[in-house]
Design a protein around this ligand. Structure first.
Ligand code: AMP
Length: 218
């Protein structure tokens, strides 16, 4: 099964993709995570991407497309969940070509619909355990004991440098202007399924399962 999760930054794509991956034994491919890995590794791509990511704009299509194509090749036959890709029409078209060349088909394109006003607050308050990556939010889901990770007990946390109100607003503009136009692209193919992405994480996951649970898992 190959799935795309679409939605604005902060819609919960990463969280839901991780859960979907564990439940269905799929490989989660997040272009944002890949880019952050490149930044941490200090590679040429990482250096180019860092400035762009901190501004809230999108990294050029050709860099993203070659990065993701290599990763799909290394998945080794498992199904994939794409999280944060495609983000432009050019990327969506390149993905179609890539999948056809690799003899793969797309099963679901799931759009997480969220109230955009809530996103700035959602994104601006989020942080993660520096050791195990468990996600938290200052207001909505702080650790049970302040300063201690619920999952692994670590006491170090990190915040993404692009999760500040100014960059978040620029990321939302990029979503509206460059990513939202790909929704009709998938809708015309009859592949798009929109769900309400607001509410409890478990409830949103249940909505996703209603879609993916109804097809053959290949
Ligand atoms: P994300 O973790 O998905 O929110 O992505 C963080 C940042 O990485 C974005 O704001 C973009 O600058 C960059 N990025 C991630 N995925 C893509 C993509 N598919 N195309 C262009 N830029 C991307």
């Amino acid at each position: 099964m190959n799935v795309i999760l679409l939605g604005p930054p902060g819609a919960g794509k990463g969280t839901q993709a991780e859960r979907l991956g564990k439940t269905f034994d799929l490989v989660q491919l997040s272009t944002g995570d890949m880019l952050r890995e490149e930044v941490r590794g200090g590679t040429e791509l990482g250096k180019t991407a860092k400035k762009i990511m901190d501004s809230g704009a999108l990294v050029p299509d050709e860099l993203i497309i070659s990065m993701i194509s290599g990763r799909i090749d290394r998945v080794g036959g498992k199904g994939i969940i794409l999280d944060g890709f495609p983000r432009t029409t050019a990327q969506a078209e390149a993905l179609d070509k890539m999948l056809a060349e690799k003899n793969l088909k797309l099963d679901h394109v799931i759009q997480l619909k969220v109230d955009e006003d809530a996103l700035v607050q959602r994104l601006s308050g989020r942080f993660a355990c520096a050791k195990c990556g468990a996600g938290y939010h200052d207001t909505f889901s702080p650790p049970k004991t302040e300063g201690v990770c619920d999952r692994c007990g670590a006491t170090e946390f990190s915040r993404r440098s692009d999760d500040n109100p100014e960059t978040v607003r620029a990321r939302l503009v990029a979503y509206r202007e460059q990513t939202a136009p790909i929704l009709p692209y998938y809708d015309e193919k009859g592949a798009l399924k929109a769900i309400d992405g607001m509410g409890e994480m478990d409830e949103v996951f249940r909505r996703i399962r209603e879609i993916v649970g109804t097809v053959r898992v290949s």
